[in-house]
Design a protein around this ligand. Structure first.
Ligand code: ADP
Length: 270
């Protein structure tokens, strides 16, 4: 009997140990992820804040100078404050995503309507930057999704296409589909992404060339937000190198969403 009780006690200790390990390990990992995120965010915010501080100090040094002569102090401070503002909005979106926010209200619409709205905005932007914009809506593709979120997704992809393409570059937006998928492609003939970074670009704060991207106002958060939006719709997003040079970002969305966000948004359908 004593032997039996010892066995039971040992077995329960073993089970509690295994259970504790199974719950503590993921908890530890998530705390570690959160710590790394906060560290990255603080680091990324420190640089523009330092620029603003030094430029404002420069402004105070010669108070008798006219504002027109102070452009070299004012312009970088303004640019960096805009970058902080963009970064904080992006961080807020990602924090909501981490808290398990769903994609929200869904509706059925033709992806070409989204494409048309984006094309109006970007044909103008491209023209201003002396770049060529091609819009190719291949067919009617009705999908169910959150229009606002998908609009934001395309803004991120199109902004990147413009940002990483030189003057006189080309940007193309393609709307396509299969029987059960909507497909969005954003192509450019810009600087391209290195083979080894094609997956990394979707991780937070990842930038191929930090110095260059800092100058163009990049925050390294756009594509992680894009991925979150696509995940919510139960779709996929991939980056690849075009053989002609440049980048292709392809998004595939199920016509009827089945992702985790979709579940949260429409529990009654599951
Ligand atoms: P960022 O704000 O720096 O553009 P993103 O998360 O949107 O951040 O993109 C991450 C990185 O992926 C960018 O810094 C850039 O190096 C690379 N990238 C994204 N889109 C493109 C593109 N169309 N062409 C070349 N590189 C790109």
């Amino acid at each position: 009997l004593i032997n039996g009780s010892v066995m039971v006690i040992l077995a329960s200790i073993l089970i509690s140990y295994i259970l504790a390990n199974a719950t503590i390990k993921p908890m530890k990992e998530s705390i570690e992820k959160e710590r790394a995120f906060l560290q990255d965010a603080s680091h990324e915010l420190r640089t523009p804040i330092a620029v603003i501080q030094s430029r404002l100090e420069g402004l105070l040094r010669n108070p008798e100078e006219k504002i027109i002569d102070k452009y070299e102090y004012i312009e970088p401070a303004l640019r960096e404050s805009r970058r902080i503002s963009r970064m904080v909005s992006n961080l807020m979106i990602l924090t909501r995503a981490d808290a398990g926010a769903s994609m929200g209200k869904t509706e059925k619409f033709d992806l070409r309507k989204l494409g048309d709205d984006i094309a109006i905005i970007y044909s103008e932007f491209a023209q201003i930057q002396n770049k060529r914009f091609i819009y190719t809506p291949r067919k009617e593709v009705v999908i169910e999704g959150n229009y606002e979120n998908l609009h934001q997704l395309l803004i991120i992809l199109m902004d990147n296409a413009l940002k990483y393409t030189k003057d006189e570059g080309m940007i193309e937006l393609v709307i396509d589909g299969t029987k059960d998928k909507g497909i969005i492609r954003v192509l450019d003939n810009g600087v391209g992404i290195k083979e080894e970074n094609l997956e990394k670009v979707f991780t937070r704060f990842f930038r191929e060339d930090k110095a260059r991207n800092r100058n163009n106002g990049g925050t390294g958060l756009g594509l992680s937000i894009a991925k979150w939006i696509v995940d919510c719709h139960g779709g996929t997003i991939t980056a690849s190198r075009r053989k002609e040079g440049g980048t292709l970002i392809e998004v595939q969305l199920p016509r009827e969403p089945k992702g985790k966000g979709a579940k949260a948004a429409q529990p009654e359908k599951e």
